[in-house]
Design a protein around this ligand. Structure first.
Ligand code: AMP
Length: 370
């Protein structure tokens, strides 16, 4: 799935060009059959239909003609003050079979105006074909002869359709998207319980949990290039360089295109990581909903980590000096992120001392609101 930004709005892929091509092919076949003894005149309604008409005509295998019109309104003298007029129609269409090609029909208002104008032209036959059709909002009695793809009432752009002038050049169709993911940074010093809580919360809220520490450890275990690089830093309790970590995090997010949201655990750990995360999510039309921080006094943390070191097999948990270095990294580079998110009104502190269940409960109260 890809996301595009047009003006102030984000749109995500909705109908691919392959699906469009298939629909056009079917429409062309039907129309070919119905018009086998005719040379139909296809009339595209500008601007939106130009791409559809071009592809449709390329697919149509028999004699046909093509023209374009535009519906313009000018100041008139009737009661509404506006009169609609077709511009661009120069050929004599009397006694012809005319097929109107529309990119999209929703309420049918424009279509009806166009239809009424054509009806006065003494045609042999007048038919309507539309690539996209919104049956739920169509209000007119006018029969639509050929429909490519029926869609619900969604705002779409691309493939000739625009949002305030932009978006016509995309080969696929996109739909409007809103920030509906829950993206949470679970924050706190080493040993605060982020991993334990993330395991519970990811189930409860159907989120994808990304622990950068876990991803690094996985890579070390499998002796990947990334693992070899990270190991020298991790063993000492130092942070892995930003760019390495940021690239890795982006790859992890991109592996989950259908996620409802993410729990970021152990990321970001520096301001530059936080900025990169913001930029990365903005590109996708998403944002961080909040930083939820587990607050635990340092002495208790050291005790917890040494205890975990007895069973975790982690070199960085077993030696008090390495643990102290991790706190030092935390205090000098990571703790400042509290201000980073606080300034955006996104910091939520939670008391991280107590039973696992109690802490989950406290975190859930905040997760529910985000
Ligand atoms: P954790 O499992 O979160 O305690 O992380 C263990 C180690 O992995 C850290 O001490 C760092 O060496 C490395 N690491 C994890 N996340 C990051 C990050 N966001 N930036 C830099 N290094 C990280």
């Amino acid at each position: 799935m890809s996301i595009i930004k047009l003006h102030d709005r984000f749109f995500k892929t909705y109908i691919t060009s392959e699906m469009i091509n298939k629909a056009i092919y079917k429409m062309a076949q039907l129309i070919e059959k119905d018009c086998k003894d005719e040379t139909p005149l296809f009339i595209g309604i500008l601007n939106g239909s130009f791409m559809f008409v071009a592809d449709f005509i390329r697919t149509y295998r028999f004699d046909c003609e093509v023209s374009f019109v535009k519906l313009a309104s000018y100041e008139g003298t009737n009661s509404s003050g506006k009169v609609k007029q077709l511009i661009g129609l120069t050929e004599n269409i009397e006694n012809r079979t005319v097929i109107i090609l529309e990119d999209i029909i929703d309420t049918g208002g424009t279509l009806e105006e166009i239809y009424n104008i054509f009806r006065t032209k003494k045609l042999k036959q007048l038919k309507i074909a539309t690539l996209f059709f919104k049956p739920d909002v169509y209000k007119k009695a006018l029969h639509i002869d050929y429909v490519g793809i029926q869609i619900p009432d969604k705002f779409i752009v691309g493939y000739g359709l625009d949002y305030n002038g932009l978006g016509r050049n995309y080969p696929d169709i996109y739909q409007l998207t809103t920030h509906n993911m829950k993206n949470i940074v679970l924050f706190g010093p080493p040993g605060a319980g982020k991993g334990t809580q993330a395991e519970v919360l990811k189930q409860k809220y159907s989120l994808v949990h990304i622990s950068t520490g876990d991803v690094f450890r996985y890579n070390i275990k499998n002796a990947t290039e990334l693992g070899l690089l990270a190991k020298s830093y991790m063993d000492k309790g130092d942070l892995v360089p930003d760019q390495v970590t940021i690239d890795m995090l982006k790859a992890e997010v991109d592996k989950n295109p259908d996620a409802n949201g993410f729990i970021f655990d152990g990321f970001p750990r520096t301001v530059s990581q936080a900025e990169a995360l913001d930029a990365f999510l903005t590109e996708k039309g998403e944002t961080i909903n909040g930083m939820v921080a587990l607050e635990v006094p340092e002495d208790l943390l050291v005790e917890r980590l040494l205890k975990r070191g007895e069973t975790s097999g982690r070199a960085d948990d077993q030696d008090e000096e390495k643990i102290r270095n991790r706190f030092n990294e935390y205090n000098t580079k990571t703790a400042i992120l509290k201000d980073f998110y606080d300034k955006q009104g996104k910091y939520y502190g939670v008391n991280g001392v107590g039973s696992i269940e109690d802490i989950t409960e406290r975190l859930s109260t905040i997760f529910d609101e985000l």
